[in-house]
Design a protein around this ligand. Structure first.
Ligand code: MLT
Length: 408
């Protein structure tokens, strides 16, 4: 008899964004004339930068010529891309990361979801609340969560992020082995300073813990005092793995390209106390389970590091940041308390009812889709998240509808 992995049965019925899509589809069926504006899932709307299009077209031509055709690529990604990443995302910002420490992949979702496989099943995991649901769900699937009791898994250490602590979690009050951090944060848009990050690094070093740092939204940081990478803080290379993505930066949500930095100095341990290189384990894992990102896509990603590429990417990021600013000011005008949106494409909005009720109300009264905060964890209850990834005109229309609906 084939027994299922019963850990899957402990998950919520469906993944957050699948549940939202289902509700929106039902609403649209019942209200075919409503023009729905989607500000739920953080999916980009602007087309790819022209530099990427040119580079990918050229790469397609190369694939059609026997003298330049390429089959399987190198496991960690092509050197031409890893070199640019190391130089422009790290070295030029004073951070010593080498091209050999970078693993190109098809998404930060997969990497943040898969990386936990390298750790033992009894690892104690700390996860912020609210946060991107992938960290929790993948640990549930792996059997690390314990049972769901009153909406929380018994073996997970939740790191509460609330209005009172500026959505920056406190250090765990017990020993944990794995810590997920996400800055700029999805969903709250909160950012963290180097001084605050240093406390986490010190904690990890003292406890031989590993920090899994999701920096998928770093391109949206405008404040020069906020670190773009955890490796800007001393000591991080020994205890942190960092996840980055081209999805939101360069419009690659449908193209798929991301990367993960696993420094060679970063170690975890066997039960006998022997040091094991996470870099080597991840390479072993990836070369077994993953066959790399296509040559064409990696050429597209490389193009964003040219002078013109950087300019075009900045234009995209600025466009969405302008949307975020407009969302935040309109929602405040409509009477809501809002945070985020300054160094992030997400605005985190406090309502006066439960999140799913507010989601339904905004959908029904305004035809606008948001993401209910409770979908990101218990501490997200009472909030909604509005995504700035849309066309300027749609954002204006959505905000006018919300202001006119007098929801407060
Ligand atoms: C989100 O809306 O939180 C993101 O788009 C989800 C993702 O990046 O997978």
């Amino acid at each position: 008899m084939a027994f299922v992995n019963e850990n899957f049965l402990k998950l919520q019925k469906s993944y957050l964004f699948v549940e939202i899509a289902k509700r929106v589809e039902e609403f649209q069926k019942e209200n075919p004339d409503t023009e729905i504006i989607r500000m739920g899932i953080g999916d980009v709307t602007l087309p790819l930068p022209q530099v990427c299009i040119h580079a990918m077209k050229k790469a397609v031509e190369e694939m059609g010529d026997p003298s330049t055709f390429r089959g399987y690529g190198p496991e960690q990604g092509y050197e031409f891309l890893r070199e640019k990443i190391a130089k422009y995302d790290f070295n030029d910002r004073g951070v010593d990361i080498s091209k050999d420490e970078i693993f190109v992949s098809d998404g930060a979702k997969c990497d943040t979801g898969n990386f936990q496989e390298l750790f033992s099943n009894d690892a104690k995991v700390a996860i912020p609340d609210p946060v991107y649901p992938v960290y929790l769900d993948t640990n549930v699937m792996a059997g690390r969560s314990g049972d769901l009791v009153d909406g929380r898994y018994s073996n997970i250490k939740y790191l509460d992020c609330t209005y009172e602590n500026n959505f920056i979690p406190d250090l765990p009050d017990e020993k944990v082995d794995l810590i997920y951090l996400c800055f700029p944060n999805n969903p709250t848009g909160a950012t963290i300073t180097k001084e605050e990050l240093k406390k986490w690094i010190d904690y990890a070093r003292e406890n031989k813990a590993i920090i899994l740092y999701d920096a998928a939204y770093e391109a949206f940081i405008t404040d020069p005092n906020i670190p773009h990478s955890i490796y800007e803080v001393e000591g991080a290379k020994e205890v942190a793995v960092e996840f980055r993505s081209f999805s939101k930066t360069a419009g690659f949500t449908g193209v798929r390209c991301a990367y993960t930095v696993v420094p060679k100095k970063c170690f975890a341990y066997t039960k006998d106390g022997e040091k094991v290189s996470l870099h080597e384990l991840w390479l072993r894992r990836q070369s077994t389970k993953f066959n790399g990102v296509s040559y064409i896509v990696q050429r597209g990603a490389e193009a964003i590091y040219s002078e013109e590429g950087k300019r075009q990417v900045k234009e995209l990021v600025d466009y969405y940041l302008e949307n975020a600013k407009n969302i935040k000011s309109a929602m405040k005008e409509a009477g809501f308390i809002c945070v985020g949106g300054d160094n992030s494409p997400y605005v985190w909005v406090k309502g006066e009812m439960n999140s799913w009720d507010l989601f339904d109300l905004i959908l029904k009264k305004c035809g606008v889709v948001c993401t209910p905060g409770a979908g990101f964890g218990r501490c997200g209850e009472g909030y909604i998240r509005l995504s700035a990834f849309n066309f300027k005109e749609n954002v204006k229309k959505a905000m006018d509808r919300i202001k006119n609906a007098k929801l407060k």
